[in-house]
Design a protein around this ligand. Structure first.
Ligand code: SAH
Length: 347
């Protein structure tokens, strides 16, 4: 499969074009129009021969939204088709300030978290940087946004896949998304959710990008974490917390811990006390998430009382707590559910 034209950073595109004997402004022009949602072939004021030459090496942004599900709460879920016919999902959430788009970093996932539908069939492949950027561009276009008038205001790398398992492409995506000739996102408007690949959290902290990190913690001790997340077999929970401390020290970005409350697994008062102790002193916030039940496993949601006790216990210990507004419950909101159902219906 060819590399997406969108994978070229602005500097790479400029070098490529100058090597092809093109004037320097050409890079600006092409980068801008690609981020506006045009395909290379649709940009009218560049030479036809140049388009042909570029398309011998690169593929156009052919990511396509093939299905949209709208929730009663305003959330929309996309099913995107990639150039090689693989499918990925995206979720668009509407807020007062604009739209947040949740993008995928891989087709499938190899992390194998027990509660998650994305990883049930393992990893198919990692996405190219341009395919991650492509999702943002296509969603922005779908909302009738442009480079000048962006509709998608925030990006979260929280769709299917483990972004830090596709580190180089994700880092390149950050370059693409923050370039001033394109959609030009501020680093503070980009978040990345990880199950906790410690060595790459450290690398990201040292990368110079100051994006927000969301850490899928989901447990208050090693034992529980190992039971529900394979990644915990490679990294102790204390190592994960230390990596978060390091990330905060380097970037000044407050850490957001994601914690799915699962009945009889991680949601007792004792767990809340243990969690408070574990993260004490760290500049962080705990985001409690209601489990999205998936039919492929037996995990169950907690009762509202259990949720309340858990949240109150953390608060009493001085921890900042928010409860995630559960969006899109009626549209297969949980990771990987829409893609799985669609693939099953096709077969
Ligand atoms: N691999 C990354 C990002 C993708 S998952 C990560 O692990 O963070 C995005 C978030 O959805 C994670 O916090 C993940 O734990 C959570 N999630 C997965 N399955 C879920 C489910 N069934 N119900 C609620 N949240 C779920």
């Amino acid at each position: 499969m060819k590399e997406s034209i969108l994978s070229l950073t602005y500097d790479e595109l400029k070098t490529e074009l100058v090597n092809l004997g093109q004037p320097k402004y050409r890079a600006e022009q092409i980068y801008y129009e690609l981020h506006n949602g045009k395909q290379l072939n649709e940009i009218s004021n560049i030479p036809q021969t140049l388009k042909q030459t570029l398309l011998e090496t690169y593929q156009d942004n052919t990511i396509e939204i093939i299905k949209v599900q709208k929730s009663t709460d305003g959330t929309q879920k996309f099913l995107y088709k990639l150039a090689d016919d693989n499918l990925i999902e995206g979720v668009l959430m509407q807020y007062k300030f604009g739209y947040t788009l949740c993008v995928s970093s891989q087709v499938g996932c190899r992390m194998g978290c027990k509660f998650c539908a994305s990883g049930l069939d393992g990893l198919v492949r990692s996405l190219q940087a341009g395919e991650i950027m492509g999702q943002v561009i296509v969603a922005n276009k779908y909302l009738a946004g442009t480079v000048k008038e962006r509709k998608v205001t925030n990006i979260v790398l929280m769709g299917s896949g483990e972004p830090l398992d596709n580190y180089n492409n994700v880092l390149k995506f950050l370059n693409l998304a923050t370039n001033k000739y394109g959609l030009y996102y501020a680093e503070r408007n980009i978040s990345l959710s990880t199950c906790g690949l410690v060595s790459n959290i450290i690398k990201l902290a040292d990368s110079g990008y100051k994006i927000n990190i969301c850490l899928s913690l989901h447990a208050s001790n090693n034992e529980v974490r190992k039971n529900i997340m394979n990644v915990a077999k490679g990294y102790e929970i204390s190592e994960v917390i230390n990596a978060c401390k390091y990330y905060f020290e380097k970037t000044g970005r407050r850490i957001l811990f994601e914690y799915i409350l699962i009945d009889n697994v991680n949601s007792s008062k004792q767990n809340a006390l243990e969690l408070a102790k574990l993260i004490k002193g760290l500049n962080c916030i705990v985001n409690l998430i209601n489990l999205n039940e998936v039919k492929e496993n037996n995990f169950k949601r907690c009762s509202p009382d259990t949720q309340k006790t858990f949240a109150e216990t953390l608060k009493e210990k001085g921890i900042n707590v928010t409860t995630r507004r559960s969006l899109g419950n009626d549209i297969d909101g949980a990771c990987g559910q829409l893609r799985r159902r669609f693939i099953k219906e096709q077969n």
